[in-house]
Design a protein around this ligand. Sequence first.
Ligand code: NAD
Ligand code: IPM
Ligand code: MN
Length: 351
Amino acid sequence: MVHEVATIPGDGIGPEVIDAVQPVFDDVSERFEFDLELVRYDWGSERYLESGSMMPDGGLDELAGYDAIVLGAIGHPDVPDHVTLNNLLLPIRKGFDQAICKRPAILFDGVESPLEGYDGGDIDFVVYRENTEGEYADMGGQEHPGHGHEVAVQSAVFTRTGTERIVRAAFEAATEREGRVTSITKSNAQAHSMVFWDQIVEDVSAEYPDVTVERLLVDAASMDFIRRPEAFDVVVASNLFGDILTDIGAIITGSMGLAPSANINVSGEYPSMFEPVHGSAPDIVGDGVANPLATILSAAMLFDHLGETEAGDAVWSAVTDQLADSDAPRTPDLGGSATTAQVVADLRTRL
Ligand code: NAD
Ligand code: IPM
Ligand code: MN
């Protein structure tokens, strides 16, 4: 079986973590006997600074034929973030209808949470983030500079199709887990979008009588991610709320450097994309100490998606094993002093 995967290393530590995963791809495809054809696209901010565009015209058409995409990170200190992200990362998620963003938050054995009293296994939930609309719909704002009465409009769009799709995915996931869904809204303030969301949660929940539903406002949820993270199983949230909550999910489970994600195109018509939750981390770029595990766990999610579940399990267990070993190298974000390369070299011995 041949899997064709496009890689977009991107900016900052993106290329560092993508280079780190490369040997893991080689090891796993050899061991589990499948062909992985990786094609690298050096699109991103360096390209923008040279040529004025993040990717070539027709870039999405170029990617459309792949089985999947793996992305490092996008974001450069010399280019405004809204330019870089709205011309590469977000067009891929939207253009390929990657409506379901799945972001696990797991406190692994051997990893210290900043929350006192939490040990490995105590936190284990997954956030289902709506990924193509909501607050990121970008219907076009309006600014009228110059006369002192400017107005900026940033509209959010919630469709029944999009909302039902993410809510249903969360309920489905709950049936395979502990049977609990927490729906996050701000329906006390946002009377249109979030009340609509609540109604859809109610409709869909009727089809899943065995799944318990909890509703939380996003401000209270942010508190409860810290106060009682053990209480969550499947969390479903809009694009922006899911974005914010998954950074909290990452840090309470040890580090941004451990949090993986999958952007899934449900129909299979377009490639899905796998990427760490973190960004280009300009504060550590070039130091060789970026934690590669978020990207490696994202690769494990890629293997599962490609149907190579043995490979996915093997990568997941190698990471679990490494983190549980107090003698294993770890990067500074996890309290160690190892380099990216040392972590990868050690991981390969466990694969
Ligand atoms: P960030 O995730 O890049 O960094 C936040 C903090 O986490 C930093 O202290 C960083 O050093 C640390 N960190 C992140 N990844 C790490 C890793 N693998 N190992 C060790 N430490 C790690 O978030 P930010 O600083 O808000 O954003 C930086 C840039 O990245 C911005 O341009 C932003 O727009 C962009 N960004 C891109 C993505 C993406 O491409 N998916 C995601 C988030 C942010
Ligand atoms: C993420 C990132 C992106 C998002 C940014 C960089 C546009 O923060 O993947 O979590 O908000 O989705
Ligand atoms: Mn984010």
